[in-house]
Design a protein around this ligand. Sequence first.
Ligand SMILES: Cc1cc2nc3c(=O)[nH]c(=O)nc-3n(C[C@H](O)[C@H](O)[C@H](O)COP(=O)(O)OP(=O)(O)OC[C@H]3O[C@@H](n4cnc5c(N)ncnc54)[C@H](O)[C@@H]3O)c2cc1C
Length: 389
Amino acid sequence: MNKIIVLGGGFAGVETAIRLQKLGHHVTLVSNRDYLFIYPISIWIPVKKKSFNDVKIDLEKLKKIHGFDLIIDEVKTIDSKMQTVHLRNRVLEYDYLFIALGMHKKQLKGAQYAHSICGHPEESVVIRKELDKLIAKKTGKIAIGFGVNEDDPSATAVRGGPAFELLFNFSYYLRKKGLQDKIELHFFAPMKEPGRRMGQKPYDKMDLFFKRYKIIKHIGTGIREIEDKSVAFMDGTRIESDLTVFIPAGDGHDVIKQSGLPVNKAGFIKINELCRVKGLENVYAVGDIAELGGPKWAAKQGHIAEVMADVATFNFHNKIKGKPKRKSYWEQLHIVCLMDSGDGGAFIVRNRKRDFIIPLPVVGHWMKKGWGFYYKNSKLKKIPRLPGM
Ligand SMILES: Cc1cc2nc3c(=O)[nH]c(=O)nc-3n(C[C@H](O)[C@H](O)[C@H](O)COP(=O)(O)OP(=O)(O)OC[C@H]3O[C@@H](n4cnc5c(N)ncnc54)[C@H](O)[C@@H]3O)c2cc1C
């Protein structure tokens, strides 16, 4: 029997392991966390709509339900010539490898003065506590922003959506507490048109959101560093801030940078349209860890990680069964985003043919909540999976 290893217990790794098991292959999943973190609904931890536990799925439970083996350990390096994966505590041999370790972050100087909603899951709880302190004081300034990675020119790993969602959710939360005029909300980003990747129509609507949620914008100037209680820009200006939330752009994973696999300048694994690592017949990479091909506006998202898991497992299965059919993830690249604002949301779509935004007051928020419920419970097989989701 083939030894098949999946590295990473996030969106991409779990979906890959589930699909491989379903196709009749026995898989070992390796993750350094014993839970899958549902990042898209973690934006509600700081505003107390979700607890930390609501946003986790225990990998042990998924192992029992789907039948894969599970090792909780840290991956240190991958040796593709020897076909081994070196963990902190042991070495694993493989015949086929699926890499889904996510991405690391391009940190700015002074990163220790900011919190990120996109890094270690526990940070979301720290942000909640810091927000609580400002609410208790009934005054203060909050700055939320995101950065770029100059080594990643296509900028597929810029993560703006969660910054917008946090801003709108914080605004609504403060409004409900009667503090919207006492605690200022600032948004910062170095690019001239943050959010433009979603498409022209959605981008054009963003100013209406900023106005409605009373957010002050600082855009188009490089960020020099985060300081204790301020954000400093290249042009010498500053925003004062009692709570800074910064989402760095993605960067290649350290394990990959040290493993001699083919990577682009930013350190993302080079794959072909079948999700196979370039130059290697038996290694696939899925999710945030891989360099995205296809259109320039493509973005690393959770649902794209799942599309890639489907493509990689389908192609692997057909290859070893001698079937000719293959799938390409390039054809399926698109942006779909339900941008939540706490009191509603907006449904944003960009594909090769068009882009559009549909504002969904009230109902948008409940749709995103419904998605969170569906994601968790369908993975736990408590409810059936819907085709294409
Ligand atoms: C706040 C936030 C909101 C988001 N909202 C949306 C949204 O609304 N819609 C959407 O489509 N996408 C959204 N995304 C993006 C989406 O969450 C990611 O694209 C997705 O998580 C990528 O999945 P992944 O499996 O590649 O990486 P991850 O989910 O990061 O998983 C990587 C896994 O690898 C493990 N790992 C890492 N290093 C090691 C190691 N050395 N050894 C062992 N294990 C390791 C980690 O513990 C983790 O389990 C959001 C992201 C964030 C942060």
